[in-house]
Design a protein around this ligand. Structure first.
Ligand SMILES: O=C(O)CCC(=O)C(=O)O
Ligand SMILES: [Fe+2]
Length: 300
C-alpha cells in the first residue's frame, strides 16, 4: 500500500491493475483524467448555480463549505465529459452490476441490473473550514461491512487540492473494516489525497473519508463529484427533480440511460410498464410489456 495517500496511476493503466489497487486500498488517484478545457467549460456552466451565501444548517458539512447539487442537470459538459467518463463508467460497470436468475412460473428471468447515478454534487471548501467528520458514503444504503462495493465515487479536482486547502482525506484499507464501533478511525489515520486540476480520486463508498480542513487565508478548494451505486438502490439525489424531463429531453441518451431514465433489467424504473425515455422523448416505441423484464424464458 502506498505509504502516503493512495496510489496514483495514469488513465491508460490496464483496468485489471486499477481494479486490484481499488480492491486492496479502497481508493486511488487517476492522474490527468479530465482536461483543463473540460474543467473550464464545466466551471462556466456551473457558475450561475454557485450560491455565495449558502449556509449549511446541519453538522455533516462544516461551516465555510458550499455545494452545487444536481450538477449533472446543470451542466451538460459535467454529465457527458465528467460523469460519463469511460474509465469511471467501466469501473462502475465491472464492480456494481448485479445479475440474478429468478424463478417465474416454469421458467426463469435472468435479471441484469446495471449501476445508476446516485448523486452529482460539486464541493467547495472555503478558508477557515474545519475538517469534515470521517464517514462512509454507503451508509445511506444501509450497507453492512465488510462487503463487495455497492457505491463507486469519484472526486475530480476543479482547483488544485492540497493538505492545507482541504484536500479530501481517506483511510486506505478501511473499506474492508467491519462495522464495530471501535473501528471508527482516529482522524490521524486519514491521509490527504492532493490533486492537480483534472486528477480524480476514485473510491469505494465503504472507505472512511471526508473533506479536509482549509487552513489557508484565501484559497477555495473545489472538486466535482460523481457518485454511482447499484441499480437496485434508491438514488441519493432525486434524479427526476434534479434532471427533470423538460431538461432531460435535450440530453444525450447515454446520459439518461445512466441517470435514472432507463429501467434496470430487473424491471425497476418503468413508466406505464414501458421505457421512461418514451415518455420523455415522446417516441412511444417500446409499449407496455416490451421491457426485457417481462420476458420469461424457460431455461434448464
Ligand atoms: O468535499 C470532500 O472532499 C468530500 C465530501 C464528502 O465526502 C461527502 O460529502 O460525502
Ligand atoms: Fe463522503
Amino acid at each position: 500500500m502506498a505509504q502516503q495517500g493512495v496510489e496514483r496511476l495514469p488513465a491508460d493503466t490496464p483496468l485489471e491493475q486499477i481494479l486490484s489497487v481499488l480492491d486492496r486500498d479502497g481508493g486511488l488517484v487517476i492522474t490527468k483524467l479530465i482536461s483543463q478545457e473540460t474543467i473550464d467549460k464545466i466551471a462556466e456552466e456551473l457558475k450561475p448555480h454557485e450560491q455565495p451565501d449558502q449556509v449549511w444548517k446541519g453538522n455533516f458539512f462544516p461551516e465555510a463549505t458550499k455545494r452545487i447539487c444536481g450538477s449533472v442537470g446543470k451542466s451538460q459538459t459535467y454529465a457527458k465529459e465528467f460523469f460519463l467518463n469511460p474509465l469511471y463508467q467501466e469501473i462502475c460497470n465491472r464492480l456494481l452490476t448485479l445479475t440474478k436468475k429468478s424463478r417465474c412460473g416454469d421458467g426463469y428471468r435472468t435479471l441484469v441490473c446495471k449501476p445508476i447515478g446516485n448523486a452529482s454534487t460539486s464541493f467547495d471548501i472555503g478558508p477557515g473550514a474545519e475538517a469534515q467528520q470521517l464517514h462512509r458514503d454507503d451508509g445511506v444504503h444501509h450497507i453492512t461491512h465488510p462487503t463487495k462495493p455497492t457505491q463507486i465515487n469519484m472526486l475530480c479536482a476543479w482547483t488544485r487540492t492540497t493538505a492545507e486547502n482541504g484536500a479530501t482525506v481517506v483511510v486506505p484499507g478501511s473499506h474492508k473494516w467491519a462495522d464495530q464501533k471501535e473501528n471508527q478511525p482516529p482522524p490521524e489515520k486519514a491521509v490527504p489525497v492532493c490533486l492537480e486540476p483534472g486528477d480524480a480520486l476514485i473510491f469505494d463508498g465503504a472507505i472512511f473519508h471526508g473533506g479536509g480542513a482549509n487552513v489557508t487565508q484565501s484559497e477555495r478548494r473545489k472538486v466535482f463529484g460523481a457518485f454511482m451505486t447499484q441499480g437496485n438502490h434508491r438514488s441519493e439525489e432525486n434524479i427526476f427533480l434534479q434532471l427533470p424531463p423538460e431538461v432531460a429531453k435535450d440530453y444525450p441518451i447515454e446520459v439518461l440511460e445512466v441517470y435514472g431514465y432507463k429501467p434496470t433489467g430487473s424491471g425497476l424504473g418503468w413508466v406505464d410498464y414501458s421505457e421512461p425515455l418514451d415518455a420523455v422523448l415522446g417516441r412511444g416505441v417500446s409499449g407496455p410489456g416490451s421491457l426485457d423484464f417481462f420476458q420469461v424464458g424457460v431455461t434448464a
